[in-house]
Ligand binder design. Structure first.
Ligand SMILES: NC(=O)c1ccc[n+]([C@@H]2O[C@H](COP(=O)([O-])OP(=O)(O)OC[C@H]3O[C@@H](n4cnc5c(N)ncnc54)[C@H](OP(=O)(O)O)[C@@H]3O)[C@@H](O)[C@H]2O)c1
Length: 281
């Protein structure tokens, strides 16, 4: 089973579910990604600081599928918000992956105190023109950051990958993305491993009603909001379950119950508010 696709504002199409890869490293990571590809994943989300661009590229190659079947994402490290350095790292990342182009490439964090994300965005716009990237986007950008790059270049990102999970749904930024025609991708959609989303009683009760797991309920809630989940799993059963979310629909009432779990700023997984949090790797 593969995921249905969504059309981005640049006309390209992307799967409605992407495989997160944090923690999938080395030979075991490569085998887990190959398993995910066999289970139907075509979108794979990587980053330099996941230390796995090489094995993601190997899995793509060893899958035997055509390169055009895939939607491969990587991200610009915060240490490279400089026009020339964007091209250096981008070419290095492509070489690590053994690819000629990324389907999607995102500025990982805006790092607003450094104030160089507009320069980085200009480089992504040019890298797209040169064919190194098909769809250009950002991650963890707040409305002000989006306004700044669009005003400077006239180019709107195709996607904004942000934290969105039941305890911090980030609906304000998602709605701003939607207003600008930007697709929202959700990172840590099930709350990673360090909180209790996956044992929440409200989500468990909704799951019983639809005969689905908590993870499936959360993924469906994101999809019905028009958000693309980026969900990591190295477990083949979870991988299959996480794609099996297109045969049911949550009622408005159940959608609202999940929205009501939001805890505001306190609900962020690791207190990573993009206005104050900076990441350079
Ligand atoms: N742009 C950014 O700044 C940013 C930040 C963080 C993450 N990300 C991306 O987003 C991806 C997802 O985030 P994440 O990995 O932090 O969190 P996540 O995908 O919400 O959670 C992953 C955890 O959930 C488990 N899991 C997955 N499916 C499950 C299921 N059906 N039932 C039970 N457990 C399940 C996984 O274990 P198993 O492997 O055992 O299934 C793993 O422990 C990352 O891998 C990365 O690609 C991006």
């Amino acid at each position: 089973m593969t995921a249905p696709e969504i059309t981005l504002n640049d006309g390209r199409r992307a799967p409605m579910i992407s495989l997160g890869t944090v923690g999938l490293r080395g030979q075991a990571g490569k085998l887990a990604i190959l398993e995910a590809i066999r289970n139907g994943y075509r979108a794979i989300d990587s980053s330099t600081n996941y230390n796995n661009e090489g094995i993601v590229g190997l899995a793509v190659k060893e899958s035997g599928l055509a390169r055009t079947e895939f939607f491969i994402t990587s991200k610009l490290p915060g240490s490279h918000h400089n026009y020339d350095r964007v091209f250096e790292i981008l070419q290095e990342q492509l070489a690590r992956m053994g690819l000629d182009y990324f389907d999607e490439y995102l500025i990982h964090w805006p790092n607003p105190d450094e104030g160089l994300y507009v320069e980085a965005w200009r480089a992504l716009v040019d890298a797209q023109k040169l064919g190194l990237i098909r769809s250009i986007g950002v991650s963890n950008f707040e409305p002000d950051h989006l306004d700044a790059i669009i005003e400077a270049t006239g180019v709107t990102p195709a996607v904004n990958q942000i934290e969105s999970q039941p305890y911090f749904n980030n609906e304000t930024v998602h709605q701003y993305n939607q207003k600008l025609g930007i697709v929202t991708e959700a990172w840590s959609p099930t709350g990673r491993t360090n909180n209790d989303v996956k044992s929440n009683p409200v989500l468990a009760e909704i799951g019983e009603k639809y005969d689905k797991s908590i993870a499936q309920i959360v993924l469906r809630w994101l999809i019905q909001r028009g958000v693309v989940p980026v969900i990591k799993s190295g477990n083949p059963n979870h991988q299959r379950d996480n794609l099996d979310v297109f045969d049911f629909e949550l009622s408005d009432d159940d959608m609202e119950k999940i929205f009501a779990l939001d805890k505001g700023e306190e609900g962020r997984l690791e207190d990573q508010n993009p206005n104050t949090y900076h990441e350079y790797v």
